[in-house]
Design a protein around this ligand. Structure first.
Ligand code: HEC
Ligand code: HEC
Ligand code: HEC
Length: 423
């Protein structure tokens, strides 16, 4: 994943201004099993456990690596490693107070006052309630302590100067506390709380401004991120528009959204890219009620439509539709409506119509495979092989352009250079 601090860190000279920890009035000697269970649930749904457990390492030991890009190169310029949040007193958070823990989650400040990088999505966790922070804390504190020091971050100057993050935080407007809306249903409020807070969907699905802070006015209308797909190789992804816009989730029912979050599969799509980790390491643990609440909230948003793009030329369209017929229609069908247990519909697909075509190009080049940790519910799709050996950049661009203009879609054309960038 890419860290969104590039520009800000060109600015110098800000000193750390850590404030006093907020006071949470709970007695730690008075913890019930229910609190711990609640904390376990939150830590699984919010990807805390998965983001703090590396493949080879012990649970909660940290050491998961996140690549930082300069934006211009396809290899990373550095790495940030997640912290040990097990209750070991030397390498983990065993000596932390509840107040210090709450400050880390809400303000992104470590115990010793160092500012934390926003790859840890504290700009979203700032809306967590006192009760939920307490539950997370007691769950973590009752987990198995592991003595493990994650690798040191490798970052070039000036990205390694943590105090500059204070300035970035000043510009980032996403960290507002959650406010209950009495005019809306209980489920809607629960959905808003989970989507904007613990679920941190906006970390990837919201567009960012020049300071690389999330644009709250266009919240959840689509964003992008970088993923290190193999050591040293960065790939760009678009995270689709989650509002009920035409190029967003208009065609998805609340059931489709809830099923997708709990299984990685719905009648509209299967997960394949970075969503695999989000779902397998997080949302698959949602209760049916909480998944339905997120769906209700997303479907209630005002649609944020994307600008229509220039359609492809007749020549490009012809190349694209020929490629589609030869390589894709067997599964996705000539109508683009897909087929039961075979392939999801491409008509109305947010991946196909997204203003940023990165994820569409990635599916065509690398295929689509649900994470092996996900259940394969009855009626699940097959998986899809990639076409990077079979199709060249011009063919992939023509195919993508065709899909983006077919069946009433009006998204912009894709150029061969866009495809080359994703190879
Ligand atoms: C997307 C991955 C990701 C998710 C999700 C995530 N974290 Fe982290 N977390 C990190 C990274 C990376 C760091 C280290 C940041 C740094 O070095 O500045 C971190 C740092 C922390 C710290 C500070 C530790 C220290 O020693 O300063 C705490 C506490 C923490 N996370 C708790 C949590 C909890 C609780 C959750 C779930 C509610 C969570 N994290 C979810 C990636 C994540
Ligand atoms: C063998 C059947 C098969 C073929 C052939 C195939 N696909 Fe797929 N496609 C799938 C399956 C299955 C998925 C969902 C996979 C998952 O769950 O991760 C999928 C997913 C997709 C998606 C993501 C849709 C969304 O909204 O999430 C796109 C776009 C797509 N395919 C385009 C294509 C194109 C273009 C071609 C031709 C180059 C093609 N597919 C060929 C089976 C196929
Ligand atoms: C780490 C970044 C990240 C986070 C966090 C994230 N998403 Fe996604 N999401 C993506 C990307 C990238 C895609 C594109 C397809 C994929 O990866 O399968 C996507 C696709 C989707 C899709 C459309 C799938 C399709 O194939 O049409 C839905 C629905 C979705 N996300 C919902 C959510 C919700 C709800 C949350 C919060 C609970 C969330 N996402 C959190 C990155 C993210």
């Amino acid at each position: 994943m890419r860290l969104n601090i590039g520009l800000v860190l060109l600015l110098f000279g800000l000193v750390s201004c850590a404030e006093d920890a907020p006071v949470l009035e709970r007695d730690l000697r008075n913890v019930s099993e229910l609190d711990i269970e609640h904390g376990r649930y939150l830590a699984s749904v919010g990807n805390c456990v998965s983001c703090h457990t590396s493949k080879e390492g012990p649970a909660l030991g940290g050491g998961v690596s996140f690549a930082v890009t300069g934006g211009l190169f396809d290899s990373p310029i550095g790495h940030i490693y997640s912290s040990n949040i097990s209750p070991d007193s030397e390498t983990g958070i065993g000596a932390w107070t509840l107040g210090e823990f709450a400050r880390a989650l809400r303000e992104g400040v470590s115990r010793d006052g160092r500012h934390l990088y926003p790859v840890f999505p504290y700009t979203h966790f700032s809306s967590l309630t006192d009760r939920d922070i307490f539950a997370l804390f007691v769950f973590l504190r009752r987990s198995e302590p592991v003595r493990y020091e994650p690798p040191k971050n490798e970052l070039p100057f000036p990205l390694n100067v943590r105090s500059m993050l204070a300035l970035w935080k000043f510009f980032d407007g996403s960290g507002e506390p959650f406010e209950y809306d009495e005019w809306k249903s209980e489920a809607w409020n629960r959905g808003a709380y989970l989507t904007l807070g613990l679920g941190h969907c906006g970390a990837c699905h919201s567009p960012r401004n020049v300071m690389l802070a999330e644009r709250s006015s266009a919240r959840l209308s689509g964003g992008f991120l970088f993923d290190e797909v193999e050591p040293g190789k960065i790939r760009r992804w678009s995270a689709v528009n989650l509002t009920p816009a035409k190029a967003g989730l208009q065609s998805w029912s609340t059931n489709d959204i809830a099923n997708y979050l709990r299984t990685g599969h719905s009648s509209k799509a299967g997960s394949f890219g970075p969503m695999n980790k989000v779902i397998a390491g997080g949302t698959q643990n949602l209760t049916p009620e909480d998944a339905a609440a997120i769906a209700e909230f997303l479907k209630s948003l005002s649609p944020i439509e994307e600008k229509a793009g220039a359609p492809p030329s007749a020549g490009t369209r012809k190349i694209g539709s020929d490629v589609y017929e030869e390589y894709c229609s067997e599964c996705h069908k000539a109508s683009g409506r897909g087929a039961f247990m075979k392939a999801p519909p491409l008509v109305g697909s947010a991946i196909v119509q997204s203003a940023d075509s990165s994820s569409l190009i990635n599916v065509i080049l690398y295929g689509a495979h649900p994470d092996s940790r996900l259940p394969a519910p009855f009626g699940a799709w097959e998986s899809m092989k990639g076409f990077r050996q079979k199709l060249d950049d011009t063919q992939v661009a023509a195919l993508a352009s065709y899909l983006r203009a077919a069946w009433g879609h009006d998204a912009s054309s894709v150029e061969p250079e866009d495809v080359k960038r994703q190879r």
